[in-house]
Design a protein around this ligand. Structure first.
Ligand SMILES: [Zn+2]
Length: 268
């Protein structure tokens, strides 16, 4: 459709053109106002002075940067592997059901079922002494699995609890474990249980380095033989140091060669 010069236009064409112009007069300012509001809301066109922009960006980054400075805690085997029953590692139960009875039903970090991979409701990993009570009496040290601060110590409890006809007996003494709890910088907590009576050499508030002696392996509390129960808590929740599809894809050990082998003894 061609266009017509104003002076040649019919009255109807002139009236149509006036309506179009009036519509433009109403809508154009409206469109400009809406565009301006959208730009303001999206933050475009707001020019902060350079220093304010820097302040804004550095305060945004502050928290993530601080978090990045705290490395994830990685653990060593908290005693010498030469003292341990080879291949005997009783792990965390990932099956939430309480089966009762002898408590042999469980699922370990890699999905293996039942004792000796784990036992019902077990919240830690057990390492047993080769040589039993004889080895315990000779003395096997329990070592801090990583740098941290001691936050709890229990000592003085009877340490020759054992299995007697499928039941744990502490020969009439209270079934209370001697234990040390260490808090690590990233929030992980390590708990060392069943320690020998009067063997704990640290106290709450002590800073301990990875590999430092904290006590001796014993059989205090709910324990059938001299062994170390190592328990990990992250924000109060029990976690398994071993990686596996039932626990988590990463390992809390500095080195984890296989789920049947002991973790490494080097600190990170
Ligand atoms: Zn245990």
């Amino acid at each position: 459709m061609g266009y017509v010069r104003w002076k040649d236009a019919t009255p109807l064409q002139k009236a149509n053109a006036m309506v179009h112009l009036q519509l433009l007069n109403i809508f154009l300012p409206l469109v400009i106002v809406i565009l301006a509001i959208v730009l303001l809301l999206s933050g475009c066109g707001v020019d902060l002075p350079i220093n304010q922009q820097l302040d804004a960006s550095s305060s945004d980054l502050e928290e993530p940067l601080d978090l990045q400075l705290i490395e994830m805690t990685l653990l060593r085997l908290p005693l010498g592997h030469e003292h341990l029953l080879e291949g005997w590692i009783v792990g965390v139960d990932h099956d939430p059901v309480d089966h009762g009875g002898l408590g042999m039903e469980c699922v370990n970090h890699d999905g293996y079922l039942n004792f000796p991979y784990c036992y019902d409701e077990h919240r830690g990993t057990d390492f047993a002494l080769a040589g039993g009570f004889l080895a315990m009496d000779e003395g096997v040290g329990v070592l801090a699995a990583a740098d941290g601060t001691v936050i709890r110590v229990v000592d003085g409890n009877y340490d020759r609890c054992r299995l007697d006809w499928f039941e744990v007996t502490c020969d009439g003494h209270p079934m209370e474990a001697n234990e040390v709890v260490i808090q690590h910088p990233d929030g992980l907590m390590t708990i060392y249980k069943h320690l020998r009576k009067d063997s704990v050499v640290v106290e709450p508030g002590d800073e301990v380095a990875c590999g430092a002696l904290i006590g001796m392996v014993g059989s205090s509390g709910n324990s059938v033989m001299p062994h170390l129960h190592l328990e990990l808590r992250m924000r109060g929740e029990v976690v398994d140091p071993y990686s596996g599809f039932m626990s988590q894809p990463w390992s809390w050990w500095v080195t984890e060669e296989s789920w049947t082998g002991f973790p490494g003894e080097q600190c990170r």
